[in-house]
Design a protein around this ligand. Structure first.
Ligand SMILES: [Fe+2]
Length: 435
């Protein structure tokens, strides 16, 4: 491709492949679930949701739509925020015994991720839960065959899981989250209905919005796909393949949307224009990172949720200790971009400008501060913690946090700079407070 960032490298990839579901977006499109499920040949549907949404209007809309289309369904709602292997095993049992020919998920990332993983383990049971996870945690066993057709219906504006081939699951024995990934996990369709976000508290719009921000800016600053090794078998090309022209396009628009609408969407629940835009931005960012992969902000978030102390977050009905995913990601992000900017300064400046930094005259040596400054500004305007110190971490936690996160090998390798354990320690130390 004719862009300097994607210039060919010796032995580097020279092609990229884009995967995404069929998307339907717009207020009211949730009501299309039945027609679309029938068109995919579904007759008995596993309907995934969570306990809070189960008796609410979005699930009711989907159920009515399925009934009108003459389709049978059964609900699984025992899904916790940040699903763990125990939750997935229960859901897998539901799939294994339900005689289903299709899946619809209605919820945030936790619900969609559980739906994806439960099909893997329900249809293709394996001796050890970690078998399908990538090394060094698992053995990287291939999923033996197709999953059921899946229509994903997000009810938050951040995760982008409706457009990705990954499922993030907490492994209880290890007390941390890891990514289960395969092209087979990509939903077949997504119904992106912004009306599902109308009743979200501002704090949840903020947390999910920073997840969206981070997906987009991580994609844009990720290692170029041409710097990953060339794959001889095209069917084995990684689905998370580094920054590419497609992810650039979607990430750039997602960052523009965050710049313009995040503050409005967080601070005014009646601002439907802002919330509609954030929903679209989340899907765009999902389309981007579902094909490029994230890097250090997501990798370092896993150490935070692994080692978090006694902490709760307003508006989330989850017992302590709990830090929402978006907050665990964004808390270290300014410090991370101060570090990664040296690896691709122009990319960082371009991303910062898409995010509204207006730093068109900034030099390469200022790129890290420009990105960090703009993100910190948005965090302060939306009530985010001012670094990981506000999440209860201190200097004594820096080394354990780094030791935990350094296990996220694939995401760390997708950063625009080589990053080792000492670098991660330095980043966490810088992320304690942003002054
Ligand atoms: Fe995320």
């Amino acid at each position: 491709m004719g862009c300097q960032y994607f210039s060919p490298c010796d032995h580097g990839a020279d092609s990229f492949t884009i995967a995404m579901p069929k998307l339907t977006c717009g207020r009211g499109c949730l009501g299309e679930a039945g027609v679309r499920a029938a068109a995919r040949g579904m007759s008995r549907i596993a309907l995934f949701t969570d306990a809070l949404l189960k008796d609410g209007p979005y699930v009711e809309t989907v159920q009515k739509s399925l009934q009108q289309a003459g389709l049978d369904s059964a609900i699984f709602s025992e899904i916790r925020i940040e699903p763990d292997d125990a939750c997935v095993k229960k859901a897998a049992n539901f799939i294994a015994q339900g005689n289903f020919d299709g899946v619809i998920s209605v919820g945030g990332g936790s619900v969609m991720d559980t739906a994806k993983a439960s099909m893997v383990y329900g249809l293709y049971p394996t001796g050890d839960f970690l078998d399908y996870f990538a090394p060094p945690l698992g053995v990287g066993k291939s999923i033996p065959g197709k999953l059921l057709p899946h229509i994903a219906c997000p009810t938050t504006s951040g995760t982008g899981s409706e457009c990705t081939s990954v499922s993030v699951i907490r492994i209880n024995d290890l007390n941390t989250k890891f990514v289960l990934g395969s092209p087979l996990l990509m939903p077949d369709e997504a119904l992106v209905d912004p009306g599902c976000c109308d009743s979200l508290p501002g704090n949840i719009v903020a947390s999910t919005g920073f997840d969206l921000l981070s997906h987009a800016i991580e994609c844009y600053t990720a290692k170029a796909y041409t710097r990953w090794a060339k794959i001889e078998d095209p069917l084995k090309r990684p689905y998370l393949q580094g920054a590419n022209p497609w992810s650039d396009m979607a990430a750039t628009r997602a960052l523009e949307i965050v710049s313009e609408y995040l503050e409005r969407g967080v601070n005014d629940s009646s601002d439907s224009e802002a919330r509609d835009q954030l929903m679209w931005g989340a899907t765009l960012a999902g389309m981007a990172f579902g094909n490029s992969g994230t890097h250090l902000p997501h990798a370092l978030s896993y150490g935070i949720t692994h080692l978090m102390h006694d902490i709760t977050t307003d508006d989330y009905a989850v017992a302590s200790p709990f830090i929402p995913h978006g907050i665990s990601v964004i808390a270290s992000t300014p410090a991370i971009f101060r570090y990664t900017a040296d690896g691709a300064p122009q990319r960082h400046l371009e991303a910062a400008n898409s995010l509204g930094a207006n730093a068109w005259d900034a030099g390469d040596d200022e790129a890290g501060e420009v990105v960090a400054g703009r993100i910190i500004e948005l965090m302060k305007k939306t009530g985010m913690p001012n670094g990981i110190g506000d999440l209860g971490f201190g200097e004594a936690d820096v080394k354990p946090l780094a030791a935990s996160s350094v296990r996220q090998i694939r995401a760390i390798a997708n950063a625009p700079r080589e990053t080792n354990l000492q670098d991660i320690e330095n980043i966490y130390a810088d992320a304690l407070s942003y002054g």
